[in-house]
Design a protein around this ligand. Sequence first.
Ligand code: SOE
Length: 381
Amino acid sequence: MNRINVAVVGTGFIGPAHVEALRRLPNIDVVALCEATIELAEEKARLLGIPRFYVFDELLKQDDITAIHICTPNFLHYQQSSAALKAGKHVVCEKPLANKVEEAEELVALAKQTGLVNAVHFNLRYYPLVRQMRTMREKGDLGEVHSIIGSYLQDWLFYQNDYNWRLEPDKSGESRAIADIGSHLLDVTEYITGLKIVEVMADFSTIHKTRLKPMKRVETYSNTTLQPSDYQEIPINTEDHANVMLRFDNGRTGVVTVSQVSAGRKNRLNLEISGSKATFEWNSERPSEIWIGKREAANQVLMKDPSLFYPEAVSLISFPGGHNEGFPDTSKQLFKEVYAAVAAGKQPENPSYPTFADGLRELLICERIIESNKKQGWVKI
Ligand code: SOE
């Protein structure tokens, strides 16, 4: 088995999660890390036990590095993914793929032209139960999809002094809750159902019209408390909460709510899909089970167990039934599929993993949702 040298760019909340997941694959060496300054890169490389550290331009000159993971704030995704592809590197990019649809279109075209492996970290697809629901739907266990009710709720931005770069549109983009967590929810909705969203009607609200920005560096989810004098009050222009009605290409409808200010909901995606034969309900905070609702028989709870799953979903399970796998495992399973392609040297015809084209799709939906909120009316995708 040939070994593959990989570098990770960005060391906030998600960069180290990529490092850890990559280290669990048998043929990957995380040899380098990249940060905005060489001092920070060195400090983080030492903390994470990574031998080499660079700023971005220097990283691209390293010929022995085959693939690069872009885990920086959103506004850098486009420019860094583009530069990495042009330098001949396979790229795994965090969501959103870019801040604008045109940028994402350009990346899709560039990736196609190079033939290099391109993936977006829509890791929620890699919960075994998510793939099991998709497979059950493909095998006909759900029947025709009738309706969808989804939510993705968090509380890490609940207080006025909760702060993060995602609150700043120049770094994060014009939408926040929809782009940050709605993107995952809408991606898994289309992934499981096989349907396409064709029209949206959105209504946003911003609970904290101003927030207290710490004047010192604070990492996502770090729960740091500072002195009152360490904060500056700034206006907030992106949504804390959004409701979106959806119309699908089979003529049926759905509704989703996302919020980053729901006390007690830590990171909870809940999806209920009703079909002509059954209803499936899955909750990301209890990822190892789905509820299957029936009209003519007792409802069931299916637990993650390779002996009870379709073979298509078994490939995402590393442990026997009753041995819980969770958030960190989703990235490992996604990278397992991506690095099979990297080992083969090119993007396959029909990749099993989410690609730049899927990243573009989410940006398009997100852009239409923003437009719909502004117009307060239905907008076609
Ligand atoms: C922050 O809201 C965040 O880290 C998202 O950016 C992630 O995609 C999601 O995994 C959890 O929450």
